[in-house]
Design a protein around this ligand. Structure first.
Ligand code: BG6
Length: 396
């Protein structure tokens, strides 16, 4: 819970009164009293001091990315360089060069441990569960390698299209918007070695090792039909609204296991999931004809959060028929608690100084680096709105 003494202070260029600022929120009145507004960042420290004593300042930069460095510099100049943390939204750069520059500029004002780079996927319940699932159980880790795993698929599909975000999206595209950050982070969590502790630095070290061993073999991009007619989109835009990456991880655990990451807007369904497909059993006993489906573990990040283990089993009846039995763990059915919004968790962690679910400078730079050769690829193929552009991997 947030300490009841916490103050929330909005700051921006507009000249608005604290009352006007408060009226934008529907918090309960106890909290309303703790909402303030200060125009511009200059003098904000004096303003905070005038409101009372404060221990910790969290600066959440909900501003255009082009203003991140200059805002960080003003905050440092205002005297927050030693004690504040800054929370930064994506996009964090648009390629390796801009991300590296941004990291460098931010560290001119703040130390790395004061910089919280948001990737809200990391705070989703099922995503937090990946590490628990892998490292709090004995039964999975032994088979989590290239001896048993045949392939890994990570998909992030959305039915939604642009949603009035052309100004940002048309200059970004799906590779930058979803794969460089969200899907890449999922891949790291699924494939990294166990860290020696849960410290943010230790976890990040393992993710960095994955990103350093990641090789991309192929990238395909798509654009939904009608995208160029959307409001605010360049009528000759080559921006990708879908992308597929085929990759591999060249390390002892994963060498030889194909990895596919796919994302699409205006797809036929909204779903984010990780499918780990295991190698097939030998062709004898029940599988003489090779008809038994591969075992799979499907981690559904959303919307039906859960983990499913797909195994072969006997279909009840007189004959010996083998079917698929799904052992399904559904988060919502297993627990009564509400699933918190990712942002609730992230903001609380920032307030509590826990950086575990934030992205390090090295992670951002390495994930840009690996995608760099594909960022400017022109000529996406066209796909129909409402159709998922890549083959569905539903029943293999
Ligand atoms: C954002 C992207 O980071 O993630 C959006 O900019 C995308 O384009 C969104 O729609 C998806 O997040 P969620 O939580 O809805 O899956």
């Amino acid at each position: 819970m947030i300490d009841p003494e916490t103050l929330i202070i909005g700051s921006g260029r507009s000249e608005i009164t604290p009352e006007e600022f408060r009226s934008r929120f529907s918090t309960d009145c106890r909290f309303n009293e703790r909402l303030f507004y200060h125009q511009g960042l200059e003098g904000i420290k004096t303003y905070l001091e005038s409101l009372g004593h404060f221990d910790r300042v969290i600066c959440f930069l909900a501003i255009p990315p082009s203003a991140y460095s200059s805002t960080a510099a003003v905050l440092a100049r205002e005297g927050f360089g030693e004690e504040a943390v800054i929370v930064i939204e994506k996009p964090f750069g648009r390629n390796l060069e801009t991300a590296t520059r941004l990291n460098r500029e931010l560290t001119e004002s703040f130390r790395e441990e004061q910089i919280y780079r948001n990737d809200h996927y990391l705070a989703k319940e099922t995503v937090q569960n990946i590490m628990v699932f892998r490292f709090a159980n004995t039964i999975f880790e032994a088979i989590w390698n290239n001896r048993y795993v045949e392939s890994i698929l990570i998909e992030g599909y959305e039915e939604l299209g642009l949603e009035e975000r052309a100004a940002y999206y048309d200059s970004a595209g799906s590779l930058r918007d979803m794969i460089q950050n969200h899907l890449m982070q999922l891949l790291c969590l699924v494939t990294m070695e166990p860290p020696v502790s849960l410290d943010a630095e230790e976890i990040s070290r393992q993710k960095v090792d994955i990103l350093k061993s990641l090789r991309i073999d192929r990238c395909r991009k798509g654009q939904y039909e009608g995208y160029r007619l959307e409001k605010g989109v360049d009528p000759e835009s080559y921006t990708d609204t879908a992308a597929e990456i085929q990759a591999r991880i060249e390390n002892f655990r994963w060498s030889g296991v194909p990895i596919v990451m796919r994302t699409a807007k205006a797809a036929s369904r909204t779903e984010t999931r990780i499918v780990v497909t295991f190698k097939n059993i030998p062709r004898l006993l029940f599988n003489r004809k090779g008809e038994i489906a591969h075992n799979r573990i499907i981690i559904t990040v959303q919307p039906n959060e859960g983990i499913m283990l797909d195994v072969a089993g006997k279909i009840p009846g007189i004959n010996l028929e083998i079917g698929r039995s799904k052992m399904n763990f559904s988060l919502r059915q297993s627990y009564e608690q509400d699933i918190p919004e990712a942002y609730q968790k992230l903001l609380l962690d920032a307030i509590n100084g826990d950086r575990t679910l934030f992205v390090s400078a090295d992670e951002t730079e390495l994930s840009w680096k690996v995608l760099e050769p594909y960022l400017e690829d022109p000529d996406p193929f066209l796909y129909r709105k409402g159709k998922t552009p890549f083959p569905l991997d539903r029943e293999k």
